[in-house]
Write a protein of this length. Structure first.
Length: 352
């Protein structure tokens, strides 16, 4: 069930597209009929631009180079269109078509090629910038489950891809441990991946699979400033067909930052998810190992990319890495049976 490390690396080794703002502004006007001011948004594989028009409409202009195929970009757009039909109340971006009706537009000039897309812009503050309440973590768990429920019957040829951020391949990242900067972190990463092999790998055939968002981290969840409600879910670029339980595990993993009670925070997300979608015994058994695998995957990817492709690591924050290692250490210190028993009780009751 794991993939060779070399086949997982390709998308993250591609350079970000290189186009000047005037050229992009012309392309946006000519193909989509949108004119406005540009401000850069961080992105791992795309050049992302927030566009504000004179009449106060907001868009995200996405410029993709060699990291994603047209099929993979179509997969993202079709998923957003599917969500709009199935659960229009979900706070996700909408796809904005070009003048000719296409949702992906090819752009080529001077031997440089890119694929252009436009989405609506969702206002709000990234969750990472605030301190979450238990109720907010529970709400995020519920939204993760609503996403999975809405995507349960969604299929697309681009969904079955080999992808470094698909947590089922975590064991294939072991060679990247060498890029970590301390022996303490290398030993912790080894233990996390050993647990993944022991706990998750034997259960993979039994775990339910579907298309998931796959990246409900604290930058991709937005809060409404006036009341703190979760107001947006953005960045569908890491979508993949994988084990469904990875969705709740990934959401929980990134909500452990700054928390001393990591088990309580994890249970709040699981409780919210379980109120919408049931988790079976195999799924509950792997959640903690998947949470830790996700956290260590981020740090392995960050450490490796700083060596392999340093120009593309500007979206990785050192303070987030510190928070991730702290969360991993706290999870590592908890007895496995304590975690599984507490999460099982939470999943049964729907309350942490």
């Amino acid at each position: 069930m794991t993939k060779p490390a070399s086949s997982l690396d390709d998308a993250l080794l591609a350079q970000l597209p290189q186009f000047g703002p005037d050229e992009l502004s012309d392309a946006l006007r000519e193909r989509f009929g949108i004119v406005g001011s540009f401000s850069r948004i961080s992105g791992e594989r795309d050049l992302n631009i927030h566009v504000r028009t004179a009449d106060a409409r907001d868009y995200v202009f996405k410029v993709s180079g060699d990291s994603d195929t047209p099929e993979e970009l179509a997969f993202q757009n079709e998923a957003l269109l599917h969500l709009e039909r199935v659960d229009p109340g979900l706070p996700v971006p909408r796809v904005v078509p070009a003048h000719d009706g296409h949702t992906i537009v090819a752009h080529e000039r001077g031997g440089r090629r890119a694929l252009l897309r436009v989405l609506t812009y969702l206002p709000g503050e990234p969750v990472l910038n605030g301190i979450l309440s238990p109720a907010q973590r529970t709400q995020i768990g519920g939204l993760a489950a609503r996403l999975d429920l809405a995507l349960a019957d969604f299929t697309h040829p681009g969904a079955d891809r080999t992808f470094i951020w698909d947590v089922v391949h975590a064991a294939s990242l072991r060679d990247k441990i060498a890029f970590l900067d301390t022996e303490l972190r290398r030993k912790l990463a080894e233990r996390v991946l050993d647990r993944f092999v022991e706990v998750v790998v034997p259960r993979l055939p039994a775990l339910r699979r579907q298309v998931i968002h796959n990246d409900l981290n604290q930058n991709n969840l937005l809060t409404r400033l006036e009341d703190g409600a979760i107001s947006g879910i953005i960045d569908f670029g890491d979508m993949v067909r994988t084990v469904r339980v990875a969705e709740v595990a990934i959401a929980a993993a990134h909500l452990l930052y700054r928390k001393t009670d990591v088990l309580g925070a994890m249970a709040q997300v699981v409780g919210g998810y379980s109120q919408v979608l049931e988790l079976d015994a195999d799924e509950i058994a792997v959640i903690s190992s998947l949470v830790q695998a996700r956290l260590v995957t981020r740090e392995l990817v960050v450490a490796w990319r700083r060596h392999a492709n340093p120009a593309a690591t500007t979206s990785y924050r050192d303070d987030v890495s510190r928070l991730g290692w702290e969360a991993l250490s706290r999870c590592d210190a908890l007895p496995a049976n304590q975690i599984s028993d507490h999460l099982a009780a939470t999943a049964r009751s729907g309350h942490p």
